[in-house]
Design a protein around this ligand. Structure first.
Ligand code: FES
Length: 109
């Protein structure tokens, strides 16, 4: 049976499921959710930066070091388009465009 984990976006309270083979951003998009900003979908732009909160298990694909330096990665920061769950995850949105989604239409400078 296909494993599915529950992903919770703490900023919006949105919740969706994701399999270990699918990245979190793709799962979110396929289920019509919008809590995490979407950019290049390839681990390069940093728009989908999130932080895994708590002790959730996950693995990541290749991410731009410019967007996620090693010291950030140690704090659970990663790119949702390169994030694969291995357990239920709680996420905080950190991406550049989070303000559009969380606080209205103004970009944060
Ligand atoms: S969407 Fe560009 S890094 Fe994830």
């Amino acid at each position: 049976m296909l494993k599915k984990f529950i992903i919770v976006i703490e900023d919006t309270g949105e919740e969706f499921t994701c399999t270990p083979e699918r990245n979190v951003l793709k799962a979110m998009e396929q289920l019509g959710r919008k809590g995490i900003p979407v950019g290049c979908r390839g681990g390069g732009c940093g728009v989908c930066r999130v932080q895994v909160v708590g002790n959730g298990l996950y693995r990541t694909g290749k991410m731009s070091r410019e967007q996620v330096p090693a010291e950030d990665e140690e704090k659970g920061i990663c790119l949702a388009c390169k994030l694969f769950p291995e357990g239920d995850l709680n996420l905080k949105v950190l991406g550049k465009w989070q303000n559009i989604f969380l606080n209205g239409t103004q970009l944060q400078k």
